[in-house]
Ligand binder design. Sequence first.
Ligand SMILES: Nc1ncnc2c1ncn2[C@@H]1O[C@H](COP(=O)(O)OP(=O)(O)OP(=O)(O)O)[C@@H](O)[C@H]1O
Length: 452
Amino acid sequence: MSRLFVVLVLVVAAAGLLRWRRPAWYWLTFGIALATLRVLVRYASVMEACGLTVPPPRWRLALARMANRPAPASRAPRILRLRPTRTGLVLRLGLRPGQDAFDVAASCDRLRHSFAMYGVTSREIRSGVVELRMTGYDVLAQVQMPVKVDRTPMRVPVALREDGAVHYRDYRTCPHALTVGATKSGKSVYQRNLVAELATQDVALVGIDCKQGVELFPLARRFSALADNPDTAADLLDALVTHMEGVYQLIRANQRITADIPDAEIAADIWDLPETLRPTPIVLLVDEVAELALFATKEEEKRRDRIITALARLAQLGRAAGIYLEICGQRFGSELGKGITMLRAQLTARTAHRVNDETSANMAFGDIAPDAVLAAISIPTDTPGLAVTGDSTGGWARIRTPHTSMRQAVNACNRHAHRTAELPGLAAFRPELPPTVSLVKIPAPTEAPASA
Ligand SMILES: Nc1ncnc2c1ncn2[C@@H]1O[C@H](COP(=O)(O)OP(=O)(O)OP(=O)(O)O)[C@@H](O)[C@H]1O
């Protein structure tokens, strides 16, 4: 294997020397080949220096003693697979008896320095097999998503991870999400990117934008319902709860048929229903959620309780009915009143952009991944969009969304406007759209304008 790479690097280098001016992809390939070679050549010595080797088995020592030969060297994990990627390398290692995935994870920083890589992360694939992802440069400095990403229903790519992998928002695995971050940290761009991706799927988008609609109303052509103030939001959420109850009735009606047919799958959520009967899944996006929870008068307090109760019910029961929550705000903690922490507990996927204090980071990760708290507060101010994401498994990673401008998001929504679902229960909240403007060709002036 290493001989093959030596040949590869020499061929690439020779071609480069023949003509120095080469396109960027050429130098990228050359860099990756060089890094691969470096890892292969240094592998055994680096593993030994990092304490990731085990002594040879007794039978080999005994054999060496009997044959009067030098004792065999300690053994590093076996390389099962080596895959060069666009951003570096992926190394799959088979652990020897006595080796531990935790030891490899703890040595990632040492491996990074020893192999002269920008970043090294490890994860256990299965018992005895660990994957090391190495990146040759800071992939989050300028996010470039790979050309080929894996888009499946209700699973969309939203960002790049620091190890070069694509970060997906998978609604079937983590139905509800919370995104927090200080002002100007990149929450709206994250949400805009999510909308642009969801726009291409057969999903109904419902939005509550408490910034008077500045973020979501330009994307209105792809939204089935929108609210831009807490009063409309309260009515919209009540309508969504009624819709959810209707979907549950539909699932029950269908269960009665399948229960009578032996061996037929019994529907427990909308994904078990036949496609012809399946209601369109809904993603509810809430921007600046704290605005919904603040109140100054008795009337507003009643409205707040109504909103939080409806959100909590949707978070508890919405998944089976195909209703998914995407909640976004600067802070989302107990100081917003009763019911907030109960609601937060249902929001499994957590993303924290730059936050100014530990308390805000704790709101996202305190209850699921305490070491991610430190990572979230150390995000620098000059990298908006950089975030820490985690879920209830306790794992977390640094991610950054590609910079999606409002124009790009509007274009994506307009292009897929025909997918906008008509939800009868939410018809009252369908945004009113001006007729599509067709650009009239302005006739060219017949005379040249008078010049001064
Ligand atoms: N992924 C990104 N890459 C590059 N720049 C970004 C990224 N995300 C956000 N930005 C920049 O950061 C600025 C702030 O982003 P954004 O409006 O999303 O912040 P925000 O958290 O929603 O702020 P606020 O809470 O004040 O509305 C934007 O001008 C945008 O250009």
